[in-house]
Design a protein. Sequence first.
Length: 221
Amino acid sequence: MAPRRPEDTGRARDRVLYLLKTRGPQAARELAGVLGVTTMAVRQHLQALDAEGLIQFADERRKVGRPVRIWSLTSKASARFPDTHGELTVDLLSAVRATFGAEGLDRLVGERSRQQAESYRRRMPDRGAPLDQRISALATLRCEDGYMAECSRSEDGSWVLAENHCPICAAAAACQGLCRDELAMFSQLLGPDVVVSRDEHILAGARRCAYRIAAAAAPTN
């Protein structure tokens, strides 16, 4: 068997990081099942990533058997995923706030959100289209912008739009209006027949941002 090339090893470890980013903390056996390799091979990658400070583990006790080692990303791993010029953006937002005040910054963020919503709207299905098509289209657009988005149907019939990465996290931390306008934009794009709420928020310490999309209550006479 030919020896594994360094670039192949690097790609394999990047896939491990990607799975931990998009699926959350997992055990080596779970990662191996998705990657289609042996658990031993995954453990070797995990050891290397741990040595780089990119992942960490916690031993989780189960009802039966020994504790299971669960792996998750560290804050250092964020550098492996795209950030849209975070430091520059934060500096610009600070300059706008210092020059034009909080009101001026709100106007700037509002205009940015308006332009983004208009760009999305041109590529979204009509509001009369089935809801699953609208949500899927929005997830695709968010993926293109670097949010690693995906959508899924819940048992109660509602939908979850999950964003596993925030490419503007540094800017959002400096200007909360970006997150506020994002939630409003989703509601506008998906239409008045749904209610959108944020269940998980990266800036609040969650692994991802997750939005629950449910049918709006029918009006009563």
